[in-house]
Design a protein around this ligand. Structure first.
Ligand code: GCU
Length: 347
């Protein structure tokens, strides 16, 4: 089990780790980023462990970018919520206290509800479908740039969260009725609270780093996540019943300070975006092998993989679309994403 620095320590860490010109929480001196003869340090917050595909892909991105700019840029990846929970670090990027973060789409929907479209159970049917949508710049541009002016946040792409399933500590879940009275952790999202309610459970929003202890102590009866998180967060130790609800193909985003992106010179920005694109590819490739490895690890540790009544869960979730697609932009985006699903097969 691990602990994480509470928010206030996260903030102090930001202040003291902020090398370069970051003596206060004001962050970088944007007039001199990437200059010859010095190193510009970029703080990137992640809530995953070092064994998670996101950490591996980001670390490799960091090494390539540093090498290709002869050390003028150094992206420092801080794993394990060292800089704070996703909710906290998103605010730090907004205020300029840190430069980049990986956050779940559920965090962005709290800034702009239109992001809900891509966090909805029925939106993506496979990782391939999801990644092809995320790489469609024309389709994504209005959403990705929607926070640039209001919040100084630029979304530059995404990492898949893979397929999310439900897991519980005491008894297996096969049908929605099995979830009655069970307290299930969800991300901090109105839509995901509703998702668990429709699936039959009682939803408890909580930050990622607190889930293990809450399940261990019995405050929660379960959670929902992908197999990689189930294993890298050690949730399998305290929730040994894994039900293949496959209710959602989730998405993380890379967010960065919009003013930093603009302050980079054109060649550096282009190089960074190219290397980020490679990181997305590497992450997607790693995802499959790491998911398989996670399932094997959990099985070896005694997890019971339970087959659910998928039709019953799908039917229970059906109303979510009408409840959460509330304006034309959202409905049009949803339709465009669904139309891009050429295979229509679950991953
Ligand atoms: C996944 C996802 C994270 C998210 C987490 C959660 O692990 O990649 O970004 O924070 O789920 O459930 O909170």
């Amino acid at each position: 089990m691990r602990t994480r620095a509470p928010a206030v320590i996260g903030l102090l860490a930001v202040a003291s780790l902020g090398l370069g010109s970051c003596a206060d929480l004001g962050g970088l001196d944007l007039s001199a980023v990437g200059d010859e003869g010095k190193t510009t340090y970029i703080k990137l917050a992640l809530n995953q462990a070092e064994t998670h595909p996101s950490y591996i892909a980001l670390n490799n991105l960091s090494e390539r970018f540093e090498e290709e700019t002869d050390g003028r840029w150094k992206i420092e990846v801080f794993p394990n919520e060292q800089l704070g929970s996703q909710q906290e670090v998103l605010q730090f990027v907004k205020s300029g206290a840190i430069e980049m973060a990986i956050v779940s789409g559920t965090q962005l929907e709290n800034m702009n509800k239109d992001f809900q479209v891509l966090n909805m159970p029925t939106t993506f049917t496979s990782i391939d479908h999801q990644m092809s949508v995320i790489r469609d710049q024309d389709l994504m541009e209005p959403l990705f740039q929607s926070l640039a002016d209001s919040d100084n946040i630029s979304v530059i792409g995404g990492f898949t969260q893979g397929t999310r399933n439900l897991y519980t500590s005491d008894t297996p879940v096969v049908t929605p009725a099995d979830l009655a009275g069970k307290k299930i952790r969800v991300q901090e999202s109105a839509m995901h609270i509703r998702m668990i309610q429709l699936m039959g459970g009682s939803a408890t929003p909580l930050s990622y780093g607190e889930v293990y202890t809450a399940m261990q102590s019995g405050v929660l009866d379960g959670a929902e996540n992908n197999e990689v998180s189930y294993v890298t967060q050690n949730h399998f130790e305290v929730a040994p019943f894994h039900s293949d609800t496959a209710h959602l193909v989730g998405l993380d985003y890379m967010v960065m300070r919009e003013d930093l992106l603009q302050a980079m010179d054109d060649a550096d920005r282009e190089l960074f975006l190219k290397e980020w694109d490679r990181a997305m590819t590497e992450h997607t490739e790693l995802w499959t092998t790491e998911t398989d490895a996670a399932i094997e690890r959990a099985k070896a540790a005694g997890t019971e993989f339970v087959q659910v009544d998928r039709d019953a869960f799908d039917a229970a979730l059906a109303p979510i679309r009408d409840e959460f697609l509330t304006n034309d932009f959202q409905r049009n985006l949803y339709d465009a994403v669904r139309a891009a699903d050429t295979e229509g097969a679950a991953s």
